[in-house]
Design a protein around this ligand. Structure first.
Ligand code: 4AD
Ligand code: MG
Length: 461
């Protein structure tokens, strides 16, 4: 179709050049016998202005070029006299692929609420807001690979269907080929040896355990894939299906882990500033929850560090009333996390050395015997975006912790093998990709940063 993307045309086009562009009509107006169409093709935040003279044969097609119509326009690229745009197209021909009936097309020019747009998830990427968010998501996804590949990490593909419960939180979706009509909700009494895999299988909650055996052979690895949680959380930061990035490094401790986490977030900000300035400027203008200056600061300022015990002291001092109790030994709730990032530190903070009882079995026990070498990265407005740790590499200590936490050894003998043969200190973390996109774009609801959000009672498409 000899189509040129609007993005490349605006960057590399030359005045006087013959061009063909395809896209969806955002607006159409007429003034003094000349028609103007703002065309967007999704490649950029910007629209391209099409100018159709009343004398042009294309003018007759305009009745089929309503907001939302898909068209192709051919013509000559011209320097635009109008403000805020470099070029416009003097149109000689228009082909209409499909019009959109103004009486029923839901995305007329007026502003829509994010709640309304969530109901038309298949059309919302056509809006400025979702176009911006999904393009930033793409920039970030690409930058993830760029960062790790640049550091010599190997991208490994851990399974989506798994037999192990990494986090031990029991919030896994079961994958079964048994007759669903005959299964009970708690799966009690079900003989999974008769099932497809000969034992119970789940959708993964994390690729970490498998990434560990790859790190213990290949050195530095990372995963980037979908993960699933069956927890019944209807919040602005929880999804049932989300993407996670999990680096795992051999011969590394918690300090190395934190350094990597910080460097990683900084790198991602730099790339968004380089490639998504238009998107961030748009989101700043309309939602005021992200900004170029803010991302620049984030890309330069070191993260603050605080131990869990000191964080509890900070929270104890707070005059603010919390819904959940603050007490050494209890987990930090999102209100506590946000108090630390938004009120105390006014920026990202890494909390380390949590009580062993509230963290997963694989985290390395500290010398005090009470805490583990864990770290959570907390950011303003959201709370936790990353969780990681140095892993317990000592066989005896690991086995004891598993026993205390009632993690069955059955099915995890291979994990213990890694401690039996050539065990070494190693560490890693998981970054929730949607929480990252939320943080960078400033979107309040996690359902607005993924094209097809999955949450309890929510599964359109
Ligand atoms: O803290 P989590 O549960 O840690 C792990 O799964 C480790 N195995 C990671 C590792 O060390 N390799 O999850 C990691 C991150 C969280 O910090 C959060 O950003 C995100 O995953 N996350 C969620 N994001 C969206 N919806 C949910 N329900 C999430 N649960 C966790
Ligand atoms: Mg966590």
């Amino acid at each position: 179709m000899e189509r040129m993307q609007i993005k490349s045309l605006l960057s590399y086009g030359n005045s006087g050049q013959e061009v063909s562009v395809c896209g969806w009509v955002r607006t159409r107006r007429e003034s003094k016998g000349i028609a103007f169409i703002a065309l967007n093709d999704g490649s950029t935040q910007d629209t391209l202005q099409l100018v159709i003279a009343g004398t042009s044969p294309a003018f007759r097609k305009l009745t089929l070029c309503n907001t939302g119509a898909a068209i192709k326009a051919t013509g000559v690229l011209k320097d635009s006299p109008a403000q805020g745009q470099k070029f416009e197209v003097e149109v000689s021909g228009i082909e209409v692929f499909g019009d959109a009936d103004p009486a029923s097309y839901p995305l007329q020019k007026k502003g829509h609420t994010l709640e309304f747009l969530r109901e038309i998830g298949h059309l919302r990427p056509r809006t400025n807001t979702f176009g911006a968010v999904f393009r930033v998501r793409n920039i970030l996804a690409h930058a993830v690979h760029e960062f790790f590949q640049g550091k010599g990490f190997i991208w490994v593909h851990t399974p989506i269907i798994t037999s192990s419960d990494c986090e031990g939180a029991g919030d896994m979706f079961t994958v079964t080929a048994l007759d669903p009509e005959k299964l009970s909700k708690d799966c009690r009494g079900v003989d999974f040896s008769q099932d497809f895999f000969g034992r119970r299988a789940f959708l993964t909650v994390s690729g970490q355990l498998e990434a560990e055996f790859l790190a213990m052979s290949m050195g530095d690895v990372y995963t980037f894939g979908p993960t699933f949680r069956a927890e019944n959380s209807n919040t602005s930061r929880h999804l049932s299906e989300f993407w996670m990035i999990e680096p795992e490094m051999a011969f590394a401790d918690l300090k190395d882990d934190m350094q990597l986490a910080e460097e990683f977030v900084r790198f991602l900000c730099v790339r968004v500033l380089e490639k998504g300035e238009g998107e961030i400027a748009f989101l700043d203008k309309f939602y005021k929850n992200t900004s170029i200056a803010g991302l620049k600061e984030l890309s330069e300022k070191p993260f603050l560090h605080i131990s869990y015990s000191d964080a509890i002291r900070e929270l104890d001092k707070a005059t603010e009333k919390f819904e959940f109790p603050v007490k050494w030994g209890l987990d930090l709730q999102s209100e506590h996390e946000r108090y630390l990032t938004d009120k105390v530190f006014r920026g990202p903070v890494i909390v380390t050395d949590y009580p062993e009882k509230i963290k997963a079995f694989y985290m390395r026990l500290n010398d005090d015997g009470k805490t583990v070498a864990a770290m959570d990265v907390l950011v303003p407005g959201i709370g936790e975006i990353m969780g990681g740790s140095q892993r317990e590499e000592r066989l005896e200590v690991l086995m004891e912790r598993m026993q205390q936490m009632q993690v069955p050894r059955e099915g995890l003998e291979w994990y213990l093998d890694l401690r039996r043969y050539g065990s070494a200190p190693h560490a890693g973390f998981g970054l929730g990709f949607e929480r990252l996109v939320q943080y960078i774009t400033g979107m309040h609801n996690i359902r607005d940063v993924i094209p097809c959000p999955r949450a309890p009672q929510t599964i359109k498409f």
